[in-house]
Ligand binder design. Structure first.
Ligand SMILES: *Cc1c(COP(=O)(O)O)cnc(C)c1O
Length: 425
């Protein structure tokens, strides 16, 4: 499958890929080389069609190549690809984002989620004058040095324990606690008084597979951070605009000090955002001393793509209701099919992102997720791929349903799942 494309790519790229999660290391076989994608389908270089649940790892909530979004991108491109100077459209996109995230009083556009999270923690350190950051075991906030410690999916999939190239002095400034464990957060603050700048958290985890906060976890962590003068940073790069026109902050009613966005916010173009409290953002240059910059930040084509994407979502009042219906049906029926086939599986879902874990007990943190039967997942993944269903090649990733996934797409997927489950037992 695609072996000549992979062979050629391997001559120039490590593993033949430009981001490690794209390789099929943990599931076996070769990655699909994609030629094009429309709506709910991707097409590989051999002309095979797949129903896609990777959704370019999150952004494709409208499906691929939405005609209105593509038209907006083409129009913007004709007026120039990059200016390195402010545009009115950046302010327009910020306005749309503020409708969804009113707590982002001020924001800064960057080009990737990695940059957003990296900049947010630099800001937290600059604002508080403290060195330490807390993150959750198995959470992914991009690949910046400080954040690539116990960093979930990509790293977990490849079984890399720590990452060479990150000096101990830097890794040592990141403290790791389990998700959903407010007492562990409190203990961290007790152990390092006056040293902790902030807690960065995926308020619904997506990068250890989908894991939901339980027992008012988010309210508790907001309170603990506040009491300790540390900033709470919600990394909503994946969750933003995924379940509603907003993020987990909207659904939970918990307001973080800073928020990171990416993926859907850029509609499939390289655009990400960090922002929050105006008094904190005042520390960012040129207003303040914390430096952060980017030649392509607020790129006009990416901004046009973000605006068109968010406008299309807001102009359709039924959008999130329909997306929720599709996703809920998919999760429920998939679970039923697994159980009918006698395959142990549990799923977690937040709106249109979900993970089915191959284990019988609930998953509430990364140590639970890691107890899944990854060999069984790998086998299931390959059976599904052969049946024309493109899932993320890892147990520790989310499957994304888009608005273009039709009933017939879901039926076909469920049928493939049914026969694949049977082959597992
Ligand atoms: C994808 C992701 C990132 C990194 O974004 P990139 O654009 O890939 O750099 C950061 N945080 C979360 C929660 C993500 O899902």
């Amino acid at each position: 499958m695609n072996s000549s494309a992979l062979e050629k790519a391997c001559r120039v790229f490590p593993g033949g890929v430009n981001s490690p999660v794209r390789a099929f290391k943990s599931v076996g076989g070769n990655p699909l080389f994609i030629k094009k994608a429309f709506g709910s389908k991707v097409y590989d270089v051999e002309g095979r069609e797949y129903i896609d649940y990777v959704g370019t790892w999150g952004p494709a909530v409208l499906g691929h190549a939405d005609p209105d979004v593509v038209a907006a991108v083409c129009e913007a491109a004709r007026d120039g690809l990059s200016f390195g100077a402010p545009t009115e459209n950046e302010t327009a996109l910020a306005g749309l984002i503020q409708q969804a995230f009113p707590n982002m009083e001020k924001m800064r556009f960057v080009s990737s989620g990695t940059e957003a999270a990296m900049s947010a923690i630099r800001l937290a350190r600059g604002f508080t004058g403290r060195p330490l950051i807390i993150k959750c075991d198995g959470a992914y906030h991009g690949h910046a040095d400080s954040l690539l410690v116990s960093a979930g999916s990509g790293v977990a999939t490849l079984g890399i324990p720590g990452c060479p190239g990150i000096p101990d002095a830097i890794a040592g400034c990141t403290l790791i606690i389990p998700f959903n464990d407010a007492a562990a957060l409190e203990a961290c603050f007790k152990a390092h008084p006056g040293q902790i700048a902030g807690f960065i958290v995926e308020p619904v985890c997506g990068n250890m597979g989908v894991v939901l906060p339980e027992n008012d976890y988010l309210k508790k962590v907001a309170k603990i951070c506040g009491e300790n003068g540390a900033l709470l940073i919600f990394d909503e790069v994946m969750t933003g605009f995924r379940a509603c026109f907003g993020g987990v902050s909207r659904v939970s009613g918990v307001t973080p000090d800073l928020t990171c966005l990416g993926k859907i916010a850029g509609g499939g173009m390289p655009l990400a955002v960090y922002g929050g409290r105006a008094d904190v953002m005042a520390y960012i240059a040129p207003d303040g001393p914390v430096y952060q910059a980017g030649t392509l930040s607020g790129n006009p084509v990416a901004v046009a793509c973000g605006i068109a994407t968010l406008k299309k979502i807001t102009h359709d009042e039924t959008f999130y209701r329909r997306l929720e219906e599709k996703s809920a049906r998919f999760e429920k029926e998939l679970g039923q099919l697994a159980s009918q086939a006698g395959v142990a599986a549990v799923s977690n879902r937040f709106g249109s992102m979900m993970t089915m874990f191959f284990r019988s007990e609930r998953v509430k943190d990364y140590s639970d997720a890691k107890k899944s039967d990854t060999a069984r997942f790998a086998k299931w993944f390959r059976l599904m791929l052969n049946a024309g269903i493109y899932l993320a090649p890892s147990q520790f990733e989310a499957a994304f349903v888009s608005i273009t996934h039709s009933d017939s797409d879901l039926d076909k997927t469920l049928e493939a799942a049914k026969s694949s489950f049977k082959k597992l037992v």
